[in-house]
Design a protein around this ligand. Structure first.
Ligand code: PPS
Length: 328
């Protein structure tokens, strides 16, 4: 554990967050950050809230073998990961809709650290990634400092997607209640999120670490809100990043395939299989549509106004000195 330092999290909120889906929560950080990419600003890389089970895999992840043709989709939870995964997989596989239909996104694009967060997960997601045919597509919510160090020497493509923390708060709140079996009051969850006590927190630093290295050739930085505003334009931008050239008709078809209404009805990409898997892991019934609303600005209807103010203040403090802005 020499390369990491960690502490067990303790607060009055922590027992409420313990739903049995994960082990005791810890905050972990990389101790020696000298191998991390130097970005525009010399900032302290984000730590991460994980389940203590993660300690068994942290070093293996740090030393994980990376290939040049890997594709890493990295996000904070609920920022449009699944959306980005489906877009990127199709672009990198020359719009192979047939395989995309027949093989579930969960198997095409593996959730890297999942088995080391979820207590009763039967299997090893790192091994699943090792067994993927190349080019491997890998989803992770880990912050920059906890990802494999070879990412910065081998330099595979990394696609990062950011989303406004106020909408993330709404989306994550529903996710935690349904998929993590959280039974507490919404206020408890929101307070825990605001004070960075929920899995994979903190979000703002997570995003700033990738914003800081966005100019690197192998890194592409996207915003959920831009995808909502002009999906075709983002599809074009991602295609260029993958050095692919598609006709207008192909771009239109892909934008249609990725639209919320189409993806919601697509069992191969709407994460209904993830919901089923978590239901079976937790041995309970889950009645939840992962493709919930897919909108921007949900926070205006779903978050208490005093919470919006406090969250905005917290975001502003953390963004001080940076030219990064979350989109609305
Ligand atoms: S996870 O669990 O972290 O992987 O979740 P993630 O995929 O990052 O985020 C889920 C939210 O993304 C929305 N989503 C979409 N919005 C618009 N269009 C498309 N195609 C799309 N696909 C997924 C999904 O509805 C979740 O947001 P909310 O606000 O909860 O609806």
């Amino acid at each position: 554990m020499a390369v990491f330092s960690y502490k067990t999290m303790q607060s009055e909120l922590i027992p409420h967050l313990d739903t049995g889906m994960h082990d005791q929560q810890i905050e972990i950080e990389l101790a020696d950050t000298s191998e991390l990419p130097v970005g525009e600003r010399n900032i302290r890389p984000a730590h991460c809230v994980v389940s203590s089970k993660f300690l068994q895999a942290a070093e293996r992840i740090h030393n994980f073998t990376v290939y040049e043709d890997d594709v890493w989709i990295v996000t904070f939870p609920k920022c449009g990961t699944t959306w980005t995964q489906e877009m990127v997989w199709l672009i990198d596989h020359n719009l192979d809709y047939e395989t995309a239909r027949n093989v579930n996104l969960l198997q095409r694009s593996i959730f890297f650290e999942l088995s080391w967060i979820i207590k009763k997960y039967d299997g090893d997601t790192l091994e699943q990634v090792e067994k993927l045919p190349r080019p491997r597509h890998i989803k992770s919510h880990l912050p920059l400092a906890l990802l494999p160090r070879q990412l910065w020497t081998v330099k595979p493509r990394i696609v990062y997607c950011a989303r406004n923390p106020k909408d993330v708060a709404v989306s994550y709140m529903h996710h935690y209640r349904h998929l993590h079996a959280f039974q507490g009051d919404n206020k408890v969850f929101l307070e825990a999120l605001l004070t960075n006590q929920v899995l994979w927190c903190p979000q703002v630093q997570h995003t700033l670490d990738f914003w800081n290295i966005r100019h690197r050739d192998h890194v592409l930085f996207l915003h959920f809100e831009d995808m909502k505003k002009d999906l075709k334009q983002i599809v074009k931008q991602v295609s260029e990043f993958f050095k692919k050239s598609f006709t207008e008709e192909q771009l239109n078809q892909l934008a249609h395939h990725l639209s919320f209404d189409t993806m919601k009805e697509n069992p191969s990409a709407n994460n209904s299989l993830l919901v089923k898997t978590l239901a079976s892991v937790g041995n309970r019934r889950i009645d939840f549509d992962f493709m919930r609303k897919g909108k921007t600005g949900c926070y205006k209807d779903e978050l208490p106004s005093d919470y919006i103010t406090r969250l905005q203040e917290a975001i502003d403090v953390q963004l001080k000195g940076s030219d990064f802005k979350f989109r609305e």
